[in-house]
Design a binder for this molecule. Sequence first.
Ligand code: UGA
Length: 431
Amino acid sequence: MKITVIGTGYVGLVSGVCYAHLGNEVICVDKDVQKIATLKAGVIPIYEPGLKELADACMESGHLQYTTDLGEAIQEAEVVIIAVGTPPLPGGGADLQFVEAVAREIGANLNGYKVIVVKSTVPVGTNETVEEIIARHTIHAFDIASVPEFLREGTAVSDTLNPDRIVIGTKSDKAADRLSELHKPLTNQIVITDIRSAEMIKYASNAFLATKISFINEIANLCEKVGADVTEVAGGMGLDKRIGGSFLKAGIGYGGSCFPKDTKALIQIAGNVEYDFKLLKSVVEVNNHQRFGVIDKLYRALGSLQGKRIAIWGLAFKPDTDDVRESPAIEIVERLLELGAVPAVTDPIAMSNFRKLINHPSIQWSATALEAAQGADAVCLLTEWQDYIQVDLRKLEQVMARPILIDGRNAYSTKQLETGRFAYYPVGRPA
Ligand code: UGA
């Protein structure tokens, strides 16, 4: 199938490459000239395991092309996929200006029947707006479909090639057939539904996963007070198939470009129709607070933090990504600076992105975990990178001024900790 993907951000690029890998003829379009030049040169601008190898092979076989010429790319396609950004507006809603601008361009360039797919996460009703905009700019027939994306950063390629399900929201049988055909090689779990339900499935899924995380974080906070172990509790709960074991890892809360944005957007969507989504508001509130558990533990361990060197291990919102958007590390480092501490930060790949957000003269930028820990009064593990979990704890103890380990991700086992004499502060587990 001839497919044009508009937008080469996370979702657009990964989807485009994966559709090409399936043997389709894919054109990825972006208005960013520099980005397209970079992609044409075989450089992938995001860190995503396996993506470069797949993209190289698809370019080599001629299945994948990049261009800035939106008009021509639309005219070539049987399926046009909109995957541009929907960044958060100050009030929490989604900014649809890019989606709407692309809809106008599609309308102006249609040259025959095509299926127009919206993959960007958009508020309920947006696909219908896109349809109206396109219709205003064309005389040609087309169908619109909502096909939300469920990939995770860090495992985007395998998530896209092995999805749990594909959701297709459309009122057209022709579009449903064409899109089922396109996705058939990926899964037989294809859900065909109406457009608004498809849009809602995306928000509801992310909101539910965020709810699981905030729920287990509250259970963890309670476990600390009553002397239970949240990892045991989550393990025991997760064996119940109705609950499921995933997304029950307690820690410092969720971050990233998706959960924080989509939970707030869903609250706003509800507010627009005068529905007070109390549960989701609490999920967000719990999450915003959870990161400061690290600061409370530092206080308990050290008293005043003035002048204390605090090693921060991990700045990315989760391992295997250089993405620091909404990472809990941001507010933790900001609070440490306010309290007069000296944060010594490190991350295998997210340092330069973090530096673009905060570049305070008191921050010590360290190349390795042990360098950050050198002379530190405490180490705080914020992102569970394998390098940090496998660190030699005996060596760590030797280089620190005081052996205090705040584990924001419950990453260390009791067995590992037997090697040192750490004052250990996990989340929701006995210290
Ligand atoms: C999330 C969803 O998992 C994807 O299905 C969805 O497609 C994507 O958002 C999106 O809407 O684009 P992502 O943000 O890449 O994917 O990352 P996750 O692996 O879901 O992790 C999100 C955050 O939750 C991370 O900060 C992670 O540390 C945290 N988390 C996750 C926990 O604190 N505990 C858990 O048990 C799981």
